[in-house]
Design a protein around this ligand. Structure first.
Ligand code: SAM
Length: 288
């Protein structure tokens, strides 16, 4: 399935792109937001695009090739933005977009192991050059650590019972075996699949998502020019809490979203993945 970009109009409204200068999309994915920024910065704006996932960048590169050298795509974690800018000889950014989480492209490919609905290897790496997979992680941590991860990063109330049954049945190598074990302990909660929380927690752990986000936001604060803007889309409360906290720092940021921006009913109807999206934005203020 093609990834449908979320809150595009609202993101551009807050980013306020103009022609000229360097702009960045730090989570290019299939390139929906990147393309919107490229169009909005015509004819002279340049865009730096980053993504941890090299496979998705191949698709994005193809989709966006018509923009020629106005677009530079680099595989990497946004926490390493400073190094990437240095290598590309970019001094400062006029605006930055971060659309967090995973792309439909990653979820829908069973070989990536992100989905509890599709049998596949227990992988979940956004960057396949990384050695730690979800299988490595779950097969080597202690039962107690596993329960903590499920509880803290998945909000899973039955974390201990789940960790116990999983620890007893290790090693696990595929998503279907993990889902079967989870379903021995938990039932559907309304429409929520019993494996939702464990899979979220594992994905966050394997990709070190929350620490990357903290470091990434700091890197963006350093990279933005005075009056440069940041727009962040997050999809669960742990991410949103980090973004909210960082953008509250009045020595660095002037908040543009006193109230978080959410998709309207029409967007959620057209794209159910948008349901949990929250947009926050701010302007970088540099004192002399
Ligand atoms: C929700 S998707 C982005 C979708 C994109 N806006 C579009 O229109 O197609 C999130 C993307 O961010 C990437 N990503 C997540 N964390 C990252 C990080 N720390 N550094 C760089 N990319 C990251 C994922 O690999 C994924 O492709």
């Amino acid at each position: 399935m093609i990834h449908c970009p979320v809150l595009v109009r609202e993101s551009l409204e807050k980013l306020a792109p103009v022609s000229g200068g360097w702009w960045a999309d730090l989570t290019v994915g299939a390139g929906g937001h990147t393309e919107a920024i490229l169009k909005a910065t015509e004819p002279a704006g340049r865009v730096l695009g980053m993504d941890r996932d090299g496979e998705i960048l191949v698709l994005a590169r193809k989709r966006l090739e018509v923009y020629g050298d106005r677009l530079v795509l680099v595989q990497g974690n946004f926490q390493d933005l400073a190094t990437v800018m240095q290598a590309q000889k970019i001094k400062a950014l006029s605006g930055v977009l971060m659309d967090l989480g995973v792309s439909s492209f990653q979820i829908d490919d069973p070989a990536r192991g992100f989905s509890f609905l599709k049998p596949g290897p227990l992988d979940m790496r956004m960057d396949r050059r990384q050695s730690l997979t979800a299988a490595e992680f779950i097969n080597h941590i202690s039962e107690k650590e596993m329960a903590d991860v499920f509880y803290q990063w998945g909000g899973e109330r039955h974390s201990r019972r789940l960790a116990k049954i999983i620890a007893r049945n290790r090693p696990l190598t595929d998503t279907a075996s993990l889902v079967r074990l989870i379903c021995r302990v938990l039932r559907f909660h309304g429409r929520l699949h019993p494996a939702t929380r464990v899979f979220q927690a594992l994905r966050i752990a394997v990709n070190d998502e929350l620490a990357s986000l903290e470091r990434g936001l700091n890197a963006v604060a350093e990279a933005l020019a005075d009056h440069g803007r940041i727009v962040v889309l997050s999809f669960h409360s742990l991410e949103d809490r980090i973004v909210k906290h960082q953008l509250r720092d009045k020595t660095r940021w002037e908040n543009l979203t006193k109230h978080v921006v959410r998709p309207d009913r029409d967007e959620i109807h057209a794209n159910p993945r948008a349901r949990s999206a929250r947009l926050r934005a701010a302007v970088r203020r540099r004192s002399n």
